[in-house]
Design a binder for this molecule. Structure first.
Ligand code: NI
Length: 165
């Protein structure tokens, strides 16, 4: 759990940089990739990350978010650039509008009391969760996802090592 704003910012900057790498490895065609027709497409999951960050902008924290676009854009460039913008706006807002002691303040979220520190932590966990889904869909679309917390199979091969099975 975060005790200081700077602990959050450090982790957010690392994690959002990885998310940007994942987003930028997608292609426009791959945005339509689905596990089954009932599930969200890769593009919808990617856009969901932008929407969830945007949803933190409200009474308690104000920052600029993409205007009124509910449906996932069909362009990787658009999704990736909006992600970068909203992620930087979130960082700036938290840095300038919240103080370390505010992290202990609670607010009602889905009928439970969550501290701001907890909300920020869950924001990152939520992003990690969906990023995992995205890299699988990217594989199914024939793409090479970047190594997230470690090398991919291709990274092993490129470095002259035998990939683990
Ligand atoms: Ni979600």
């Amino acid at each position: 759990m975060y005790h200081t704003i700077s602990e959050f910012l450090t982790e957010w900057k690392n994690e959002s940089a990885i998310t940007e790498q994942v987003l930028n490895a997608m292609t426009d065609e791959s945005l339509q990739q689905v596990i089954t027709p009932e599930h969200r497409t890769l593009g919808q999951i990617a856009w969901h990350l932008v929407s969830v960050i945007s949803s933190l902008s409200g009474e308690d924290l104000h920052f600029e978010k993409p205007d009124g676009e509910e449906a996932a854009p069909d362009s990787v460039n658009k999704i990736a650039s909006e992600y970068k913008k909203v992620s930087q706006a979130l960082c700036h807002a938290v840095e300038t509008q919240w103080k370390d002691e505010d992290l202990l303040q609670t607010q009602a979220v889905n009928g439970e009391e969550w501290s701001k520190a907890n909300s920020l932590h869950l924001l990152i966990q939520h992003e990690v969760h969906h990023r995992g889904q995205m890299t699988v869909l990217m594989r199914q679309a024939g793409l090479r996802p970047p190594g997230v917390y470690g090398p991919t199979r291709e990274d092993w091969i490129d470095s002259g090592q035998k990939p683990y099975i």
